[in-house]
Write a protein that binds this ligand. Structure first.
Ligand SMILES: NC(=O)c1ccc[n+]([C@@H]2O[C@H](COP(=O)([O-])OP(=O)(O)OC[C@H]3O[C@@H](n4cnc5c(N)ncnc54)[C@H](O)[C@@H]3O)[C@@H](O)[C@H]2O)c1
Length: 293
């Protein structure tokens, strides 16, 4: 915690190790990923305390907004770790996305500090580095490339990772930022043959992020063992992640993509394959944003 003169005093933080003996708070539990991973994490031995601002009628989920500090404090009682999924998962106007995804993350990290919770797993996204291109040489994209967000959503994920770094440097928290690809039952297009994270692997990755060795702030890509993957999984594997699924199993189900021809009938050169795919040309702020006053 910061001392009265404003300096950081890591030694005063009382921490609890993440172990399956202590419950894990999972925020955004009623969302797409939350619903996919909760039963799987439970079968891996984790007791979960689930919260969401819209529990969607699920009696296992407490109706709590992470921006409500008192409610968050009550929800973290006895917890040994947090998985923070709550937020907006798509492009939106900057003020909205900063409140939901950046202030929300700060609120969760602050609550962890107040409770002495040592390990926090944050849902970042590949869109924090969406403008990076696949190299001609075929080497995997490292976790230490500089941020290249493709949208305001990506900007907020860069800020989320920065908060993770700040709270680990200042207060000694162990923070894992997962740059998740496309987490869904199966890939829906050719790009997702590279970026797919199966529900089972998502749970395995979160399990490793809770149990594995973490010093300071770790950034890890969140994808399955896809034959067509091109993101470096070494930091995820170092925590113990052993992905078991490969999108190649679905490759034949995915129709070939048709490329547009120019008016002269010539084939345009192929667009570079970027991490963020179509997000790199989405209207910033979403479709309703106007550049006029
Ligand atoms: N789905 C993916 O493939 C994917 C990929 C990369 C990153 N992510 C990230 O993973 C996280 C979860 O994604 P998802 O697809 O499950 O999204 P989702 O929208 O389905 O779920 C998010 C949940 O968070 C809740 N929520 C939002 N603001 C809240 C608040 N202030 N307090 C409490 N609950 C709040 C919502 O009610 C919702 O149920 C997000 O942070 C998203 O950016 C998702």
């Amino acid at each position: 915690m910061p001392s009265s003169d404003g300096t950081t005093n890591v030694a005063t933080v009382t921490t609890l190790a993440a172990s399956s003996q202590s419950p894990v708070l999972i925020t955004g539990a009623a969302g797409t990923i939350g619903r996919m991973v909760r039963p799987r994490l439970a079968s891996l031995g984790w007791e979960l305390h689930s919260l969401d601002r819209e529990p969607d009628g699920d009696p296992d989920i407490s109706s709590i907004d992470v921006l409500d500090g008192a409610a968050l404090d009550a929800a973290t009682v006895g917890c040994g770790a947090v998985i923070h999924l709550a937020g907006i998962p798509h492009e939106a106007p900057l003020p909205q996305i900063l409140e939901a995804n950046v202030q929300g993350t700060q609120a969760v990290l602050d609550a962890a500090l107040r409770r002495g919770i040592q390990r926090v797993v944050l849902a970042s996204s590949c869109h924090a580095v969406g403008f990076w291109e696949r190299t001609a040489g075929g080497s995997d994209l490292g976790v230490d490339v500089r941020p290249r967000p493709d949208t305001f959503y990506g900007v907020a994920k860069v800020a989320l990772e920065a908060l993770g770094q700040l709270y680990s440097d200042r207060f000694g928290l162990e923070v894992v930022s997962l740059r998740i690809g496309a987490c869904k039952d199966k890939p829906a297009n050719r790009r997702e043959l590279s970026t797919w994270l199966s529900p089972g692997d998502a749970a395995r990755l979160m399990d490793a992020s809770l149990r594995g060795p973490v010093r300071g702030h770790v950034i890890a890509y969140g994808v399955s063992a896809n034959t067509r993957g091109w993101w470096d999984l070494s930091t995820a594997r170092a925590m113990g992640y052993q992905p078991q699924d490969d999108s190649e199993a679905f490759a034949e189900e995915i129709p070939p993509e048709t490329s547009r021809r120019s008016r002269t009938g010539e084939q345009p050169p192929p667009a570079p394959e970027r991490v963020g795919g179509p997000f790199t040309s989405l209207p910033l702020g979403g479709l309703t944003r106007s550049f006029q006053n």
